[in-house]
Design a protein around this ligand. Structure first.
Ligand code: ATP
Ligand code: MG
Length: 402
């Protein structure tokens, strides 16, 4: 017998009532979405659990994919069999033999289907005895076994599982609302997106680009990052905002030392507009306190002044190395370090204010009328749909959305 299923256990068990139904339905949808490339695999939901029927798909690969889905607490390979003692014996033996290197084991049988004639107390020695008779070098250890074989007798048949694998934790993406992430193509913002999704938040992305100062490949980088992020949840819309005119205007009419601060304020203002239009209730950024001039306490205070939207900054207290570790784990790092210029690096002033004064910034900004520029930028947004698979990107103009 071979492992023919993967058992999925949910996290955050405190959820109750209606929330729980929503949580489970969304998780099912997300697992199905993630397993889209494994065409033969089927996902089934039973009370409080989910099973993936492998149907010949590669067990290890499907396990890896499931481990990326938020809202899953732990997973195990499982053998599904009929509620029949001889079949159960065969299943536990196969399961323990698959655990190379295990020297001790324990059987934990549970009878959810009470019509099954043998109790757990009958099953444990019967199944354990069968293993001892048919293997060499294995012994029972009920306190600290190398492998615990769980046998669950359910109405629809029995499941035998062994080792627990960790799930990604968090909540299923789509259960706690939507946020607009400012996605730059750097190392940090993709990680911020990932961590926001972990808490069940669906994300859409805004990216500012400045042609001809930034090229198509810089844009492609952001789309490739969104592609990686969409593996962890749902489809992602990327709103590409043409930012050249605003940057040129700032460069021309704003004192150099305030250029960076006001650029960031414009970005945040526009992001809030897009968030509002798309029904997102928060903005996420990859800012980390003290990392660069725009991320000092004074800068954050002054930049944040333009919006009353909650700004989620998952990286605010993290060190660069911690962030890089996550970026590597989620496969965005190699994309982020591709050497294309970002719109901000090009216009970056020689000596940006690291401690901008809030009132002074507002006064300087008010001396220039940006409203037409902002409208123009928002009106010319190009929206690209990233669907989690490598093919099939749909493009639409922003105007189609409203
Ligand atoms: P990152 O690695 O995410 O680019 P960073 O360390 O380069 O961050 P900044 O350039 O100060 O830091 O950017 C801070 C945050 O502002 C970014 O994490 C991102 O959320 C947002 N941001 C910066 N540039 C852009 C851009 N071109 N488009 C959209 N968002 C941006
Ligand atoms: Mg950057």
């Amino acid at each position: 017998m071979e492992f023919d299923h993967i058992l999925i256990r949910f996290g955050e068990m405190a959820l109750k009532g209606k929330n729980r139904k929503h949580f489970e339905r969304q998780l099912l949808e997300n697992v199905q979405f993630r397993l889209g490339e494994f065409r033969r695999a089927k996902v089934k939901k039973t009370r409080g659990r989910m099973y993936v029927l492998l149907n010949g798909e590669d067990a290890e690969e499907v396990m890896k994919a499931c481990q990326q889905v938020f809202g899953i607490y732990s997973l195990s390979f499982a053998i599904h069999t009929e509620n029949e003692l001889e079949k159960l014996k065969e299943a536990v033996l196969s399961a323990v033999q698959a655990e190379n290197g295990a020297r001790t084991f324990k059987i934990s049988a549970k009878r959810a289907d009470k019509s099954f004639p043998l109790t757990s107390e009958d099953l444990n020695p019967a199944l354990g005895g069968h293993i001892l008779k048919n293997t060499e070098g294995l012994s029972v250890d009920v306190h600290h076994p190398d492998v615990e074989l769980k046998v669950e007798i359910r109405h629809e048949g029995a499941y035998v599982t062994s080792k627990d694998y960790p799930g990604a934790g968090g909540f299923p993406v789509g259960t706690t609302g939507k946020a607009m992430i400012m996605l730059s193509g750097g190392i940090d913002s993709p990680v911020a997106g990932y961590l926001t999704m972990k808490r069940g938040v669906e994300i859409e992305a805004v990216h500012f680009y400045s042609p001809p100062y930034t090229n198509e490949r810089a844009k492609q980088k952001v789309l490739d990052i969104a592609q990686e992020l969409s593996r962890y949840g749902k489809r992602i819309k990327v709103h590409i905002v043409p930012f050249t005119a605003i940057q040129q205007k700032i460069h021309k009419d704003i004192p150099d030392s305030y250029g960076m601060t006001i650029t960031r304020r414009m970005m945040l203002k526009i992001t809030e507009k897009v968030a509002r239009q798309q029904g997102a209730l928060a903005i996420t950024t990859g800012e980390s306190l003290g990392q660069v001039a725009s991320q000092t306490m004074e800068s954050m205070n002054t930049i944040n002044e333009v919006t009353d939207y909650p700004v989620i900054r998952p990286l605010v207290t993290m060190d660069k190395l911690e962030i890089i570790n996550i970026a590597e784990k989620i496969d965005t790092y190699d994309i982020s370090i591709r050497p294309y210029e970002d719109c901000c690096t090009i216009f970056v002033p020689k000596e940006p204010k690291t401690k901008p004064n809030r009132e002074k910034t507002v006064a300087i900004e008010q001396s220039v009328d940006f409203s037409g520029y902002i409208e123009e930028a928002v009106g010319n947004i190009e929206t690209i749909h990233i669907n989690g698979k490598s093919e099939g990107r749909k493009q639409e103009s922003f105007a189609d959305l409203f």
